[in-house]
Design a protein around this ligand. Structure first.
Ligand code: PAF
Length: 282
């Protein structure tokens, strides 16, 4: 595996692969890799002849009071894991390489509506930051395939939309959420949990499961299902931002009888803000 830090070096490697007719898969990350990321790498390895991973903690997607400065950074460990996962190229740029004029002055990509709802309501500017950096990374790497985790369901939906809207010739592939045995979705932010908070955290998955069961039993009372999930999380010690039932493909509010749904939640506990979701087909 090669490790490079410049856009020019990525382009040079990828150009050579393309000339040889090889398909390039790409997994963008913010590093601090765990088994959830490795499952994305596995999909990339299977789907492409070559696979590129980026490690970049993107300042544009963090709010002023969020954890950008403290976000866990483990580059040496990440490099070791990527090498073991069969990665061909690791791109680890610094902030000036991605935002030469400063990220505050950079052109932004905004996906209307989708970036303002759910997490977007509680993290203003977050999804503009994600959409902007992903578009830049797509332009740098120019992959055939890009792999994203279903845990970040709203992010995945936004990336699918921007790829379609901007006519980018990239296939977006999703990979299922990887969970601890007790149901907690893997996340770099789980390490902010104290032992007591970690004990409480699987309540998120349980609350989502209850909501899914109600929907599968035929309930169309989405408001009651959302209220129940929200109150359950509050009762066990979370400060939920939202607990929502939405249409799976565009996150709009579902009509009664809707068949393809997703239940999503974001909830805070201590220093951590955890997100999770479950899809329902009925
Ligand atoms: O999901 C993430 O890790 C980030 O939001 C992403 C897609 C790498 C953009 O910074």
């Amino acid at each position: 595996m090669d490790t490079v830090t410049t856009i020019a070096a990525v382009r040079e490697r990828v150009r050579a692969w393309r000339r040889a007719g090889e398909r390039v898969a790409f997994v963008p990350t913010m590093g601090n890799l765990h088994a959830g990321h490795l499952s994305l790498m596995e999909v990339a390895r299977r789907r492409g002849d070559r696979f590129v991973a980026s490690i970049f903690v993107n300042p544009m997607q963090f709010g002023p009071n969020e954890d950008f400065a403290h976000y866990p950074r483990t580059p040496r460990e990440d490099e070791r894991m990527l090498e073991a996962a069969g990665c061909d190229l690791m791109f680890m740029p610094d902030v000036a390489e991605i935002y030469p004029a400063g990220y505050e002055n950079s052109t932004r990509v905004e996906v209307p509506r989708l970036s303002k709802i759910l997490c977007g309501e509680f993290r203003p500017g977050h999804f503009e930051g994600v959409a902007t950096v992903v578009t830049k990374l797509f332009n740098i790497v120019q992959p055939d395939i890009a792999v994203f985790g279903e845990k970040d369901y709203q992010q995945l939906t936004i990336i699918r939309r921007l790829t379609a809207d901007l006519c980018l010739p990239i296939e977006i592939v999703s990979a299922p959420t990887v969970r601890e045995p007790d149901g907690l979705a893997l996340s770099s932010r789980n390490q902010y949990l104290t032992a007591e908070e970690r004990r409480i955290a699987p309540a998120i998955h349980r609350a989502l499961r209850v909501a899914v069961d109600r929907l599968l039993q035929g309930s169309d009372d989405y408001a009651a299902i959302e209220r129940e999930g929200y109150e359950t999380l509050k009762r066990v010690g979370f400060r939920p931002d939202y607990f929502a039932v939405r249409t799976a493909d565009d996150l709009s509010e579902p009509q009664p009888g809707a068949r393809e749904l997703v239940v999503l939640t974001a909830a805070r506990i201590g220093r951590a803000r955890l997100i999770d979701n479950l899809r329902v087909s009925r």
